[in-house]
Design a protein around this ligand. Structure first.
Ligand SMILES: *[C@@H]1O[C@H](CO)[C@@H](O)[C@H](O)[C@H]1NC(C)=O
Ligand SMILES: *[C@@H]1O[C@H](CO)[C@@H](O)[C@H](O)[C@H]1NC(C)=O
Ligand SMILES: *[C@@H]1O[C@H](CO)[C@@H](O)[C@H](O)[C@H]1NC(C)=O
Ligand SMILES: [Cu+2]
Length: 243
């Protein structure tokens, strides 16, 4: 009996692992609607351990780790850099298993905002400037419901599509655009206090080369790691409203 219940617990734990592995990263980028190719110019996350226990689509939860910048081994450049012009429309294609419309993008439990930052490449102190953010856009109708969040409704139902614009007039040169999802479904507790919980970050960096004769320099921004603090509102957040 004892060993049977242990086995049941082990199976339940495995089932859990499978569930929480429904995670995500950027598989492709369109520039003004033109697909640049799968994995092209994207610093796709490395595996965080040997499979099957390691994944390349796991969240980052350690806010002081370099992984928070461009994900696991995100300092390693991709051999390709995507050429763009100021004002171009970049479309990121977030997926879980494969780059198809049948893909589930991310587990439905993952409520939270989507964001994008831009930095000169390589980044320096406070060089990441936020250029896009969408979070909770509709309050829940009933108690203990999450409402409508950009990840769980818009991004997921939109087949993983996220649009950002290269800032108008931006000075030519190499930049990184750091797309990010922040899943808050376990963020009622801080990772610092309970490492089994905490906000889940999905950063992913895209290498672009801005062309043209733009003159706009980026203002001072934030650093990754550094920008986010464990106890800060929005990093600790209970997505289930008490109305
Ligand atoms: C950006 O490109 C995407 C994909 O082609 C398109 O769906 C979207 O409408 C475009 N956005 C703008 C503001 O042009
Ligand atoms: C978080 O990352 C920092 C820097 O790499 C490391 O020193 C620390 O041990 C990590 N903390 C946890 C809980 O893994
Ligand atoms: C892609 O992944 C989804 C699950 O996310 C699966 O249902 C679908 O069959 C997969 N398609 C292909 C072509 O592998
Ligand atoms: Cu998760």
């Amino acid at each position: 009996m004892k060993s049977q219940s242990l086995l049941a617990a082990a199976i339940a734990a495995l089932a859990n692992v499978k569930l929480v592995s429904a995670h995500t990263f950027i598989w492709g980028v369109w520039v003004n609607g033109v697909d640049q190719g799968t994995n092209v110019g994207i610093r796709s996350p490395a595996y965080n351990g040997a499979p099957p226990r390691g994944y390349n689509n796991s969240p980052v939860k350690n806010l002081t780790s370099i992984d928070l910048r461009c994900n696991v081994l995100g300092e390693n450049p991709n051999p390709h850099t995507i050429k763009v012009k100021p004002g171009d429309n970049l479309t990121f294609d977030w997926h879980h298993n494969n780059r198809t419309k049948a893909d589930d993008v991310i587990d439905f439990s993952h409520h939270g905002p989507i964001l994008a930052y831009i930095s000169p490449d390589p980044p320096t102190e406070n060089s990441f400037v936020k250029i896009f953010e969408k979070g909770l856009y509709e309050l829940p109708e009933k108690e203990f419901a999450p409402g409508k969040w950009a990840i769980s409704t818009e991004l997921k139902s939109g087949f993983g599509i996220m649009n950002v614009r290269v800032p108008a007039g931006l000075k030519a040169g190499p930049y990184l655009i750091r797309g990010e999802l922040i899943a808050l479904h376990e963020a009622d507790a801080s990772f610092e206090i309970n490492p089994r919980r905490g906000a889940q970050f999905y950063p992913n960096c895209v290498q672009i080369e801005v062309e043209g004769d733009g003159t706009v320099e980026l203002p001072s921004g934030v650093s990754f790691p550094g920008a986010y603090k464990y106890g800060a509102p929005g990093i600790v957040h209970n997505v289930c409203f008490h109305v």
